[in-house]
Design a protein. Structure first.
Lengths: 578, 262
């Protein structure tokens, strides 16, 4: 069996930051990144707007913390948020030293822009391709560290757990189809979110909740899974994200009458210039909810791909659009045949981000010894019931670095793998081998199961939810979990078999879907992105708590609760625009 | 419920009633000794890109077809293929623009084929690493001392070359790489220049050892195909040309003023 001190599953921003942290703090440890795509393909690449950290003299760590906590509807753990805002500036500065092409002020210092839900400008940005530049900077920088090895295009099918410790993974080398156990003293899961559980999402095809499902199957709870972020401005049909930076630069959201409808939803009064924490710069959950209300009033527009509203950035002018939002213009021109310099951009809410994820502590450790997680795959939680725009890129740096150090310290104290691990790996290798041999069979096509999952998730776990719809969807997911056992696979080839990988990914998504629905069903209150039509109010007496979904094989997950850590900001009203 | 109208599945886009034939390059090393072309009849949907048509085949007609894709927004760099002989991102190539067809889809040229539309890219990954694409400094400034100042003009000096998404279209289009697989190639030279021209970097000398060689820049015959096909306007040809000029100037400088060399 192959073996490393530390295995990182996922080569996006969090995984690469963790790998560098291991290499820098414990250079004697042998660390490997296992990724199902070449690292620079990871979904961090798609992030556009920016990364938040306090840098302006008139900003403060407390302001960043308050914005994050109120933005998260008091569900974030405040000790985690305090650590996050404190370490954020240093991490972004570190990226600057590694070559990230941050946009600059005329004097050469780093520039910041405002973002939704933010009291003061604190978003560092690299034009409107911040995630792209961060990912390539991290990947290219990671190449200079000799201890970092890579398994590019290896797909993980199982976590190896023995003696109460996670001790490695089993993975498929896609190029050859070889299935291989890889032992480790510590495993860090950085596989990102699971937007592909839903039909309409900004997320890339690779975002299937792999790591969440792997951890869930290994008995680790998934935390706060009911909190799914709908970004208010995605292009209809493709779901391509139009960054919040369009609004922070001064873009307006207009209904079918050309009216800035957000003023009707307690988000402030319209001003010609952007006002922080107001109107279009309100938080994402409130803006997406306003869309649905506007739709119910019949004031949205109808297009071939459903209802939409218009985003107007024409008044910013070509110069600002080209210098600050060039990618937005490129995406609109290439994918919608619209020039935002002259035309309105059609947008509608789109599934964007999972606030929930693998239950970790403030260092990224899960309850399972030897298993760690960071980035969107994890739930620390700093995002609570609604993540603020530009906190996720910073999160993957801060907690990527933290988890790398924590896993390294843990691994340095561990001995090698026990013998049972190799036997367990062999068993998993045999299970996957059987799946290869099952290729060419009869049965339902995978696409049918996927479509069923999409329908169930959209009708049950959309922007507004209800008991009846959640129950119906949970039943449907349970049926699909049975149906997937009999699906037809055409492909029995070993070389780059993407069909087998997609089938396993679909099984991961069904597990994650089950956790989302059960957690949403149990939370009989409305908070942040989780809005129940049958329980419209926030209920701090019963639900100022994180949900923990624990897998029960063959049955719905058990939902437990853990109190939120409050340090200095007692629960209050979320106030925007007044 | 209102949310139910939020459907947006790619397969649920309005069909035009037309169909188009995709002639797809197939090669499965375990089953075929030689590549074959397989024809698939695919419905034409307004707004579909070639990648959507491939996904339709994969989902409904033939699960064995293999290709790479991920973001479907032109930034991850995974889905480059030859479409009717041109190196394209299939997520940014509309089916409608290629009607009435047939549309021929093949793996990127100049690379060995792993399977179907999946090319072998380890050569590229090794070349990318060979030019040390990271900030190299004689002395690191401590983080406590803040950022390296870099004016917008200094940023503009290298920014274009930092836009490369590693999609490899330029290698597929480069006639030199086709003949001389040892050639460092457009994207990697542009990346080296991205760091050489970054005001924070002092590593040009180290990268020179790889670039100022026959296999580095000097094999380039400035055909310019790389810049033609680049979906991100990186203009690798300009990066190479600029490097040739600076390298030549340095050569003369060393010749005429050996005491000033560095």
């Amino acid at each position: 069996m192959l073996s490393h001190d530390i295995l990182i599953v996922g080569g996006g921003g969090a995984g690469l930051r963790a790998a560098i942290a291991v290499a820098e703090t414990h250079p004697a440890l042998n660390v490997a990144v296992v990724s199902k795509v070449y690292p620079m393909r990871s979904h961090t690449v798609s992030a556009e707007g920016g990364a938040a950290a306090v840098i302006s003299p008139d900003d403060s760590l407390d302001d960043h913390a308050y914005d994050t906590i109120s933005g998260g509807d008091w569900l974030p753990d405040q000790d985690a948020v305090e650590a996050f805002v404190k370490e954020a500036p240093r991490e972004l500065l570190q990226m600057e030293h590694w070559g990230c092409p941050w946009s600059r002020q005329p004097d050469g210092s780093v520039a910041v822009r405002p973002f939704g839900g933010m009291k003061i400008e604190r978003t560092w940005y690299a034009s409107d391709k911040t995630g792209f530049h961060m990912l390539h900077t991290l990947f290219q920088t990671s190449l200079k560290y000799d201890p970092i090895q890579r398994y590019d295009e290896w797909f993980v099918t199982k976590l190896l757990v023995d003696d109460g410790r996670c001790q490695g993974v089993v993975a498929i080398d896609l190029a050859t189809g070889r299935v291989q156990g890889i032992g480790a003293k510590a495993v860090i899961v950085c596989t990102g979110g699971c937007g592909k559980v839903f039909p309409f999402t900004t997320n890339a095809n690779i975002k299937n909740g792999d790591g969440m499902a792997l951890a869930y199957r290994a008995g680790v709870p998934l935390k706060d899974m009911e909190f799914v972020q709908y970004h208010p401005t995605g292009l209809p049909f493709t779901g391509i994200l139009i960054t919040e930076a369009t609004r922070s630069e001064g873009g307006h959201l207009l209904n079918k009458d050309g009216y800035r409808y957000l003023q009707d939803y307690d988000l402030g009064t319209p001003e010609p210039r952007p006002v922080l924490r107001s109107m279009e710069l309100g938080p994402r959950d409130r803006l997406s909810q306003a869309f649905v209300k506007e739709q119910e009033k019949g004031r949205t527009l109808q297009g071939p791909y459903g209802d939409y509203v218009n985003l107007d950035i024409r008044h910013l002018g070509e110069k600002i659009i080209n210098s600050k939002l060039p990618f937005v213009r490129e995406l609109c021109l290439k994918y919608e045949n619209i020039d935002p310099v002259k035309e309105l951009i059609p947008v509608r809410p789109v599934v964007h981000y999972m606030m929930g994820g693998i239950h970790t502590d403030i260092m990224g450790a899960t309850p399972l010894a030897g298993l760690f997680a960071a980035g969107e795959a994890a739930c620390v939680s700093i995002n609570g019931a609604n993540r603020l725009g530009s906190n996720s890129l910073t999160e993957l740096l801060v907690f990527g670095a933290r988890v790398g150090k924590a896993a390294a310290e843990y691994a340095a104290r561990q001995k090698g793998n026990g013998t049972a691990v190799a036997a367990q790996a062999a068993e998993e290798v045999e299970r996957i081998e059987r799946q290869y041999r099952s290729g060419g069979g009869k049965g339902e096509r995978m696409a049918e199961i996927r479509r069923g999952m999409h329908t169930a998730m959209e009708s049950g776990a959309g922007i507004y939810r209800s008991h009846a719809a959640l129950q119906k969807s949970a039943q449907e997911i349970s049926n699909l979990q049975n149906r997937i056992q009999g699906i037809r696979l055409d492909d029995s080839s070993r070389t780059f078999n993407t069909e087998l990988v997609a089938a396993i990914e679909l099984s991961y998504m069904l597990d994650v879907a089950e956790a989302i629905l059960a957690s949403a069903s149990q939370r009989t209150e409305s908070r942040g992105s989780h809005q129940r039509t049958d329980y419209p109010d926030r209920d701090d007496d019963d639900f100022l708590a994180h949900s923990l979904a624990v897998r029960q094989p063959g049955a719905a997950p058990a939902i437990e609760y853990q109190p939120v850590t409050i340090t200095r900001w007692p629960p209050g009203e979320r106030v925007y625009g007044r | 419920m209102a949310v139910e109208s939020l459907a947006g599945n790619v397969s649920e886009t309005p069909a035009t009633g037309q169909t188009v034939t995709l002639e797809v390059f197939r090669y499965r090393p375990e089953e075929e000794t030689e590549p074959v072309y397989q024809a698939y009849e695919v419905p034409v949907h307004k707004d579909w890109v070639v990648l959507d048509a491939l996904n339709h085949i994969k989902d409904h007609l033939d699960g064995t077809l293999s290709y790479r894709w991920s973001c479907r927004m032109g930034v991850c760099g995974s889905c480059g293929m030859m479409v009717n002989g041109d190196a394209r991102l299939t997520c940014a190539t509309f089916v409608e623009s290629l009607l009435p067809g047939p549309i021929r889809v093949e793996p990127l040229e100049n690379f060995p084929v792993v399977r179907d539309l999946v090319i072998e890219m380890t050569d590229f990954m090794e070349k990318l690493e060979s030019v040390k694409p990271w900030i190299i400094r004689d002395e690191e400034k401590p983080l406590e001392d803040g950022e390296y100042l870099q004016t917008p003009a200094q940023l503009a000096d290298f920014e274009q070359f930092s836009m490369c998404i590693n999609c490899l279209l330029c290698y597929a289009a480069c006639p030199v790489y086709g003949l001389e697989p040892g050639f460092t190639g457009p994207a990697v030279i542009a990346l080296a220049q991205r760091y050489n021209l970054d005001s924070r970097d002092q590593g040009a000398g180290e990268r020179n050892a790889v670039l100022d060689t026959d296999e580095g820049i000097w094999q380039c015959t400035l055909v310019g195909e790389c810049s033609e096909v680049c979906p991100k306007d990186v203009d690798p040809a300009a990066a190479i040309q600029r490097y040739k000029v600076s390298s030549t100037l340095q050569w003369y400088r060393n010749l005429l003023m050996p005491w000033s060399s560095k």
